[in-house]
Write a protein that binds this ligand. Sequence first.
Ligand code: BEZ
Length: 213
Amino acid sequence: MATLRLGDTAPDFEQDSDIGPIRLYDYLGDNWGVLFSHPADFTPVCTTELGYTAKLADEFARRNVKVLAVSVDDANSHKEWINDINDTQNTTVNFPILADSDRKVSELYDMIHPNADNTATVRSVFIIDPKKKVRLILTYPASTGRNFNEILRCIDSLQLTDSHSVATPVNWQDGDDVIIVPSLKDEDVIKQKFPKGYTEVRPYLRVTPQPNK
Ligand code: BEZ
């Protein structure tokens, strides 16, 4: 499988998990998806990441996002690890963890980077849209836990920019001003799409209040 790039169709697969076999497309349905890998079960950084992700359940649900973790251990190991995560992180893991012992998913999504580690996955994140297109890819090393607030922020940006002719600027958070895409030139269309008006800092840099707020 060639390396996945933004805009590619996310490859479907069936793989075992702590709750039984999962087919990606069936699991996602018409939702957005976050598919994210972990080097191994019973590792400290992953334990904190999965615990925090479980606590964000309402945030993911509000954005119509289904979460799916990947780790290259078997389903029984995952079940024991989930008990540990629940205990130590004071939460209840509420999404499945794929049991990728045969590395089917890890290889399909290029989650093993041999020059970093020959067997364990790196910390990959794939955001998949309802049309099953890969919309965002993050790759972190095993020793660096990811920022799941950033993942929510990226989903907010993707969902907003899909439905309005805007882009989101540096460090944007939901509710902040946004940028009118440079390709939109027609003043009448701009007025109709952005009734709150906009500030032209430069002809290519036009700032407007977030249109759906
Ligand atoms: C881990 O928790 O996955 C981890 C911790 C230290 C170094 C590498 C990985």
